[in-house]
Write a protein that binds this ligand. Structure first.
Ligand SMILES: *Cc1c(COP(=O)(O)O)cnc(C)c1O
Length: 398
């Protein structure tokens, strides 16, 4: 594909005119991607350490993924969930056979997967236990999405304030504070929702004691434990599922981001007891797990669950974290993370660093005001890490 400079230069001004201004976008137009790199309409290339926010696990335009999508789109692309189609069933089998789960509900985004988890948990608790068992416990710094229910479980004043009143019954404890959680989890609790590794909140890794403690509290009070692995699942931490780092199994788990290989695809995984309370008509989605998105997800799943890929994630994650530490920058306060989800806590705002990164041809993410977040495609190699480190060294000196 030849980048069209004429069209490219038009896009930001037309975006400002026609698109709802709910995003702060970088000032260039991306037209092409291959592996670790994307190209803008002016021909400039960028090394991608964002993966489209933890989506492009296989990098850009992976040949196997492109072929699978093209082939499936040509064969059958949409019929709705009124009919059986093979790709979604095969995908569900892969997800269940590789995890704690017995059944899957498919949807299209992370927020939707959490909405589904909340609804299933409420129905389970109110029908299996008692009608008032509807409270949800979530955590400070957690992010579960922007739809009404998911937003109610996202403890960020800035996101919640304009949209109150929110879904009632959600209570927040500080992350990794088991004692505070114990104060909130009781007979009235239907579910506890937590990210094993918080992404948007600044890359905070749950402690073993915290997740084990939440499991015990949930068991004691007949509450369901929901792991939001939308960002940290599917190989990102160096294990297929982040919960496998802890030896703690949830009752429900939500997936999205990397699952569809760039197509909208999400899933709520659950145990049979939870599944048994849901009947036809209780929940649904027109688009969910269409043949094309399901075929894409099968390819992503097969690739990221390969032990060689998981070993690669661990190796590259260790290398990346070590090389950041070796920068020895006085501006770096802390380096956190697991596998290839890495947060670098800085001594000041990181937005200028992200902007300067563009000038040097690298794409970086923030996670809150002072955390630089690195989420490269899982196919990242040592040469890309070296390139990034060279840019970071320059930026941190400047
Ligand atoms: C991105 C994200 C969501 C929301 O996903 P959307 O697809 O944007 O709705 C929920 N939870 C976590 C942990 C996420 O990272």
């Amino acid at each position: 594909m030849i980048a069209n400079t004429e069209t490219g230069s038009d896009i930001p001004s037309k975006e400002a005119q026609y698109i709802l201004q709910s995003y702060a976008r970088a000032p260039f137009v991306l037209v092409e991607g291959k592996g670790m790199e994307v190209t803008a309409s002016d021909g400039k290339t960028y090394l991608d350490f964002t993966s489209g926010i933890a989506v492009n696990a296989l990098g850009h335009s992976d040949p196997e993924l492109v072929e699978g999508i093209q082939q499936q789109a040509a064969q059958l692309s949409h019929v709705s969930n009124l009919f059986h189609t093979a790709p979604q069933v095969e995908l569900a089998e892969m997800l269940c056979e590789s995890s704690f789960a017995d059944r899957v509900f498919f949807c299209n985004s992370g927020s939707e997967a959490n909405e589904a988890a909340i609804k299933f948990a409420r129905k389970y608790a109110t029908t299996t236990h008692f009608p008032g068992k509807t409270d949800i416990v979530a955590f400070g710094g957690g992010f579960h999405g922007r739809t009404a229910g998911a937003l109610a479980a996202t403890a960020r004043e800035k996101y919640q304030a304009p949209f109150r009143p929110l879904m009632p019954g959600v209570h927040f404890a500080p992350f990794n504070d088991l004692e505070a959680a114990a104060q909130l989890i009781g007979p009235q609790t239907c579910a506890v929702i937590v990210e094993p590794v918080q992404g948007e909140g600044g890359v905070h890794v749950a402690t073993k004691e915290f997740l084990h403690g939440l499991r015990d509290l949930c068991d004691r009070h007949n509450a369901l434990l929901i792991f939001d692995e939308i960002q940290c699942g599917l190989g990102r931490t160096g294990k297929l599922w982040a919960y496998q780092q802890y030896g703690v199994e949830p009752d429900l788990m939500t997936l999205a981001k990397a699952l569809g290989g760039g197509l909208p695809m999400a899933a709520t995984l659950m145990t049979e007891p939870v599944a048994s309370v849901i009947h036809p008509g209780d929940h649904g989605s027109t688009f969910a797990a269409g043949p094309v998105a399901s075929r894409a997800a099968q390819i992503v799943f097969q690739r990221v669950s390969d032990p060689a890929m998981l070993a690669h994630v661990n190796e590259m994650g260790t290398l990346l974290a070590e090389q950041i530490a070796e920068l020895n920058s006085p501006h770096i306060r802390e380096i956190r993370g697991l596998g290839l989800i890495i947060g670098v806590e800085m001594d000041s705002e990181v937005a200028p660093l992200v902007e300067k990164g563009y000038e040097h041809g690298v794409m970086l993410l923030s996670a809150g005001p002072t955390v630089l977040r690195l989420l490269p495609p899982l196919i990242v190699e040592e040469e890309h890490i070296t390139q990034l480190i060279n840019v970071l060294r320059t930026l941190l000196q400047g």
